[in-house]
Design a binder for this molecule. Structure first.
Ligand code: CMP
Length: 139
């Protein structure tokens, strides 16, 4: 069972702006333990599969271009109630609606380039984590 864990990506805009350290500091200061961590880059096929649920949306092409344009930081995080607490920590999809002090409020520029991903369920956290990490990379 993959419970009390979530999966995150620090998206290309976060890496480009030099915000990896600041965002990871905010995540660990909020009580999450880093279980797995890597700098990597999504291929077109990766991004299309990852965001397949949005493939009918008008922004899908731009989303795939954005998510593949440079490296991301992939991580698995552990904390009691990880999925829900992490989504609270990152804030609303649109940074103009994200609460004060949330990661998107602090580090995101727009609804399309919104700094971080957070899994929406334990099931998806397990799928997304297993896509990026082997058992020997999870601690
Ligand atoms: P996230 O919620 O992590 O996953 C889906 C992504 O699609 C979202 O972050 C944004 O990066 C992007 N997205 C969602 N809604 C819009 C929108 N209305 N316009 C452009 N991009 C969007």
């Amino acid at each position: 069972m993959f419970t009390n864990k979530t999966f995150t990506m620090l998206k290309p805009d976060s890496v480009e702006k030099g915000n990896i350290g600041a965002i990871l500091e905010k995540i660990t200061a909020s009580g999450f333990r880093i279980v797995a961590l890597k700098l990597t880059q999504l291929t077109n096929a990766d991004a299309e599969a990852f965001y397949a649920v949005h493939n009918e949306r008008p922004f899908f092409g731009d989303l795939v271009t954005y998510m593949t344009r440079g490296p991301i930081v992939a991580a698995i995080l552990e904390k009691e109630n990880a999925v829900e607490d992490f989504r609270t920590l990152i804030g609303a999809t649109n940074p103009t609606e994200a609460a004060e002090g949330t990661i998107r409020n602090m580090f995101a520029d727009s609804i399309s380039e919104n700094a971080v991903h957070g899994s929406d369920s334990d099931e998806n956290a397990a799928i997304e984590g297993a896509f990026h990490f082997s058992e020997r990379e999870m601690f």
